[in-house]
Design a protein around this ligand. Sequence first.
Ligand SMILES: Cc1cc2nc3c(=O)[nH]c(=O)nc-3n(C[C@H](O)[C@H](O)[C@H](O)COP(=O)(O)OP(=O)(O)OC[C@H]3O[C@@H](n4cnc5c(N)ncnc54)[C@H](O)[C@@H]3O)c2cc1C
Ligand code: FES
Ligand code: FES
Length: 589
Amino acid sequence: MEISTHQEPFIYVNDKRYEITRDCDPEMSLNDFLRDTLNLKGTKVMCREAGCGCCTVCAVYKHPATGEIESKPVNSCVTPLYSAAGWHIVTIEGIGGRSQSAGYHPIQASLADGFGSQCGYCSPGFVMSAYSQLRDNPKATKLEVEHFFDGNICRCTGYRPILDSMKSFACDAGKAGGCLEVEDLERGCCRSQVGKVPTSGVAAIARGWKGQKFYNPGTLKELLTLLGRLRNDNYRLVFGNTSSGVFKEDAIADHYVNIRNVPELYKIEETEASLEIGSNLTLHDLLVLFARVANDNKQAGRAYLGQFSRHLQQVANQAVRRNGCWAGNLMLKLAHPEFPSDLFVLMAASGAIVKVADSIDGGAAVQEYTMTDFLRQDMRGRVVTSALLPLSGGVGQRFGSFKITPRALNAHAYLNAAFNVSVDSANGYTVTDRPRIVYGGVCDKFNHAVKTENYLQNKSLIDQETVNGAIKVLESELNPAEEATWSSPQHRRSLASNLLYKFILGVASAALPAADSSGAQVFVRRVQSAEQDFEQEPSELPSAPLGRACPSPRPEDRLLERLSTSTMLLVGAMSCLARSYSPRRLRLS
Ligand SMILES: Cc1cc2nc3c(=O)[nH]c(=O)nc-3n(C[C@H](O)[C@H](O)[C@H](O)COP(=O)(O)OP(=O)(O)OC[C@H]3O[C@@H](n4cnc5c(N)ncnc54)[C@H](O)[C@@H]3O)c2cc1C
Ligand code: FES
Ligand code: FES
């Protein structure tokens, strides 16, 4: 395949290069292009909100800053076609199929053999999620494989057979399975075939029939020049565009500016005092980075990043975390202050500072804001460039965060919270500095529990009176809004005080009786396993030929044979399933 450097918009799909005409609609999604233009209907579409996963495809691309070849699952329904320019997209048709010389891909075969596909509508999404993530992490464990699918919804089969089929590719699957061979991992697109993503300076790469334009700048300077020009127009920066799955109406603009290919926005810099994270880092990048920083260097001020990382695993789903950046998440909070952003809660409790560049001075003077001040900014003509996370907390620093949701994964919070206190454990767990207590999901104006923060200063957390007092103050300052789609104000109010109580139990657990400190425990989901029995009650089965065993050739068998032969004459029939195909007992682990 040709290594691509020129400026025309193009895309590779399953090893073929396609020019994207410049007058294609800039709002066209990758999904529409695959299904309607290329007629690749294997990729499905349903919610168009990055929420169900049936539209998942694999994107293989060169990282704009590191130059590494990476692959990730992408929700094609929210990905603008033009922001995928230069990528190599692998769809379900690209990895295997009945009519292909290599046959089905092992993941497809395993799903079918494991009875993991019923109506089949979700199956391409499950397969492509597995394929993309195994490409990236071929040595995934069973637990990791289970987490691959937090953004894939199956409406009819049920998850046990699906997970069982997929877990057979885990490195710890034992004799029952094992990792994929390299050639299977790279079926559809081999790493050496991926070229450089083309960028286009400040010229538009596409122009729609309504006059909308799409830009693809390749440097921060080009981006700021463009923002200077578009400052007073209806424009939108696009990174993952996943926020269009949350607030659809926000996604419509006259000008779209793709910021993915701006290398300066991928900065990572760790010093003694802080960790600087570029605004183009995805939620997945942060999850991995924070776990590493917390583990590599056991200094006290870095420990909280471990909890930050674990919390991120509960945000959205794999494809959104791999495509959505943290700055896009904060901008959602800025535009919709009622949105229970997990990133905002975590960063505000950490004491993060957000850096913003302005097109007015070409980014010469970068402004710095606390999280609360950031929410008051007019961001027209400006771009978030990075954030500083403090690493200077002392040994007494305790950080905790929680998220209460309608279901465990892929759901916005009813209420989320993060707490950051410094305590002197030798002195009755006295709070030494002003703590940070931040909530999301209360109402559009409430973030910091300021009165409770003031109240707790210099108080001992093992004093029952302090705890009762803190909860009383908290309840007095909380005024959860009534909203049809949220849980009731009473529910969220009691969640808020229970979470503060749980956090305090955790901080002071060493000084508490076991019965009390057990209240601080957080339940961790382990690898799931299950076994399913299909009981048969012979008296309830219909009479022959269905439902009865056929030990020897009899008239019924001949009837079955004839039925099967005539079925196979039907156009499109692939095989005839006799009763013997039905699994009497499936083992799932
Ligand atoms: C199914 C689903 C579940 C979700 N669940 C959660 C959840 O549980 N918790 C949670 O907190 N969030 C959740 N989200 C929100 C998700 O985290 C955000 O959609 C994502 O982080 C946005 O990033 P993006 O790159 O896609 O932004 P985009 O959609 O590309 O952009 C969003 C906005 O940010 C602006 N923008 C982007 N980058 C910059 C920048 N550098 N400077 C200035 N402006 C910028 C854009 O102009 C746009 O207005 C969920 C989203 C989905 C779709
Ligand atoms: S159609 Fe549901 S995630 Fe794309
Ligand atoms: S097999 Fe029908 S939706 Fe999953």
